[in-house]
Ligand binder design. Structure first.
Ligand code: SF4
Length: 335
């Protein structure tokens, strides 16, 4: 049995006790029969916190949360058009740790580590070791932002920016808040979903005191990821004045139906989170089996428009390497 008490432990304990053994995961879920379709990757190995596993259904080989984290032999199949760096991020990297792709926003990578390894991740081949800001890079980052007055927002990304200690995170917040032109700090994170206890009181109190507006974009793909405890932590974050948005990736056989997307939007809303983006998959090597073509995405989207109020319909977008914004998908193509 999966021990639900794991979610009562502090977030760092939960982080350190994440499951990294495929055999252990399959035994816990009584899915030993899946051994024939999994493989053991050398890089981007399996990692999944126990609290996230507790949201899966024992005995369900098609569980939508399991399918996001269980390495599948299909990852080894090379598919034309699916590449290591689908967004050419390495070409927008003016300072170590900093990506400047969008006009008024820069993206700051403060860690390469994540609490969970999502098999569809577009950064699964990213060379974090060569792109982490060093101590002296902090000065370069401050200088770069100051020299580009159009930048008013810093997006903390990763890896997962909430994977670092409060101390390290707060040190970055101090640095950024001291740059007068910045009005907004945004965190893109999957931790509130996979280890909700990460939204601890110390973190929420510090964020609520920021002189900048704090936006947290959680990355949640399925309503099953938000159980009562997760919703409670998200509500606390909202009560602390944090704007909560969600960004999902459209994943084949995981969330590519109207029923699942509708349930996701409604569950997010009850937890105080607004749907923001629904991304068509970035064509990263090893993830082709998760992809749905744009035509299927558009058909789904029309149904979502009919099923949900406008404020619960995320924007359907794709990222393109040569565009300085997320590109809305033309839904009139298949109308
Ligand atoms: S949490 Fe985000 S960055 Fe980390 S593996 Fe998952 S999708 Fe990638």
């Amino acid at each position: 049995m999966i021990n639900h008490l794991i979610t009562q432990k502090n977030w760092q304990t939960q982080l350190s006790e994440a499951i990294t053994s495929i055999d252990e995961l399959l035994e816990l879920l009584r899915l030993e029969s899946l051994r024939s379709e999994v493989y053991v990757p050398e890089h981007f190995t399996m990692r999944v916190p126990r609290g996230f596993v507790a949201k899966m259904t024992v005995g369900d080989s098609q569980d939508p949360l399991l399918r996001q984290v269980l390495p599948n032999q299909k990852e080894e199949i090379a598919v034309t058009g699916y590449v290591a760096d689908p967004l050419s991020e390495s070409t927008h990297n003016p300072v170590k740790g900093l990506l400047h792709k969008y006009q008024s926003r820069v993206l700051l990578t403060i860690t390469g580590a994540c609490a969970i390894h999502c098999r569809y991740c577009f950064r699964q081949h990213f060379d974090y070791s060569a792109n982490m800001p060093t101590a002296d890079a902090k000065e370069h980052i401050i200088h770069y932002i100051s020299a580009n007055p159009e930048i008013n927002e810093v997006i903390l990304s990763g890896g997962d920016p909430l994977n670092v200690t409060n101390r390290r995170l707060f040190a970055w917040l101090d640095i950024l808040e001291a740059i007068p032109q910045l009005t907004t700090i945004r965190l893109h994170t999957r931790l509130p979903v996979v280890i909700p206890a990460r939204l601890d009181d110390t973190l929420l109190e510090r964020l609520s005191k920021s002189r900048c507006q704090i936006v947290m974009v959680i990355h949640c793909n399925h309503a099953n990821e938000i159980d009562a405890l997760t919703a409670e932590y998200l509500q606390r974050a909202r009560a602390a004045g944090i704007t909560l948005l969600n960004q999902a990736v459209l994943l084949k056989d995981i969330n590519d139906s109207v029923a699942v997307q509708t349930a996701l939007s409604q569950r997010l809303f009850t937890a105080g989170v607004l749907p923001y983006y629904l991304h068509v998959l970035d064509k990263v090597a090893g993830a082709a089996h998760f992809d749905r073509d744009e035509s299927a995405a558009v058909t789904l989207y029309w149904s979502l428009l009919a099923a949900l109020p406008g404020y619960l319909v995320p924007k359907l977008v794709r990222e393109l390497p040569n565009k300085s914004f997320k590109v809305p998908i033309n839904i009139y193509n298949d109308a």
